[in-house]
Design a protein around this ligand. Structure first.
Ligand SMILES: *Cc1c(COP(=O)(O)O)cnc(C)c1O
Length: 360
């Protein structure tokens, strides 16, 4: 049978690989490929889900209750808060609002795998800037990459998938070099896991007030364990956030997600105690891996980075065989999420066997 004639698709979109999710784990495997939270939802969160608006009703299109709650939490007006179905949605909304054909979006690379596709969808051109030694953002090079065509710069701290943060001082120096009419998105998806002294905290430091061109992104997916519900938020200047509200798909934040997010803020102490446990496991992993000779960069998220280079796919297969689903980036490295307690020792065991295999 001959191929049917299909509708014409924008060639740059047709050339994009569709989103591929981290592998699903088998029953006895540990899924360490998507930086998810290994803990089950708190009972309060489960109750909040049960109380959500019946599913035959639309949710509140403005997520007003959650925005008010976050506004209180951070001492800003509800207008300075924007909620969406995951902070990835907000990245799309902001780039769509700010950049189109002929415009440029600067980001570090390697960084979050969603970044390259985002300018593409809006017709803009992505400008990836290689990381500096230590797998850190090269903020000088990123500032130098800003031209009169640049509309957006994405800064990821801690950087997914490599781990290091940007310091307050580094960010201040960078922002001083970026024109005030260029949108800077500070993606802080892993902020709650950060322990490095001097690390920037865009909300605590109110960077969005001293620099109204900065929008700070946070999510309930990682530290708060709500990845499956899809809810994230931005804090910034109300008029900048209005642009994101204008490009958003209406009514995407479900009432279940909004309720669970509010219940999570109510139970923040309990959730942050779990974060502390994950941070402890992270330290164990980093120390163990470094003792084996791995050059692990500073890990400030809920994941560690193994620079496996050309041996990446073989190393990932070794983890896979041992029932550990990890996230390989071919030719570069492997990101391993900090998961269940029992997974830590297992990761260390396999990593050591890989070291022996790579250096027989
Ligand atoms: C996980 C992640 C996000 C957030 O994802 P959502 O689930 O869409 O909120 C955003 N940025 C980075 C760098 C991430 O790793």
């Amino acid at each position: 049978m001959s191929d049917p004639i299909l509708p014409r698709i924008r060639p740059e979109i047709a050339a994009l690989p569709p989103y591929r999710q981290g592998k699903q784990a088998g029953a006895d495997a540990f899924k360490l490929s998507s930086n998810e939270n290994p803990f089950d939802p708190l009972p309060q969160v489960a109750e909040a889900l049960a109380r959500a608006t019946p599913v035959n009703r639309y949710p509140d299109a403005t997520a007003g209750a959650l925005r008010a709650r976050l506004g209180e939490r951070y001492g800003v007006t509800p207008d300075s808060v924007h909620v969406a179905s995951g902070s990835v949605s907000i990245l799309y909304q902001l780039v769509l609002a700010a950049a189109t054909v002929g415009d440029e979006v600067v980001y570090a690379w390697r960084s979050f795998e969603a970044y390259p596709g985002i300018p593409l969808v809006s017709g803009a051109t992505g400008v990836p800037v290689p990381l500096a030694p230590g797998a850190r953002h090269d903020l000088d090079a990123m500032a130098a990459a800003v031209t009169d065509r640049t509309r957006v710069v994405i800064v990821c701290t801690p950087n997914n998938p490599t781990g290091p943060v940007i310091t307050s001082e580094e960010l201040a120096g960078f922002l001083a070099k970026v024109p005030r009419d260029v949108l800077v998105i500070l993606d802080e998806a892993y902020a709650e896991f950060v322990t490095a002294p001097g690390a920037v905290d865009g909300l605590a430091e109110r960077v969005f007030e001293s620099h109204p061109n900065v929008v700070v992104l946070r999510t309930f997916s990682k530290a708060y364990g709500l990845a499956g519900l899809r809810v994230g938020y931005a804090i910034g200047h109300p008029r900048v956030l209005d642009a994101a509200r204008s490009t958003a798909v209406p009514l995407s934040v479900t009432s279940a997600a909004e309720n669970a997010a509010i219940a999570s803020l109510d139970a923040e102490d309990e959730l942050l105690a779990r974060v502390a446990v994950i941070v402890e496991r992270r330290s164990e992993l980093v120390a163990g891996l470094r003792a084996q000779g791995w050059d692990v960069p500073d890990a400030q998220g809920n994941f560690v980075w193994l620079p496996t280079g050309d041996g990446t796919m073989a190393a990932a297969a070794a983890f896979d065989d041992a029932g550990l689903i990890v996230r390989p980036f071919d030719g570069d490295g492997i990101r391993i999420s900090v998961g269940e307690h029992e997974s830590v020792e297992k990761v260390l065991r396999v990593a050591e066997s890989v070291v022996r295999g790579l250096h027989p």
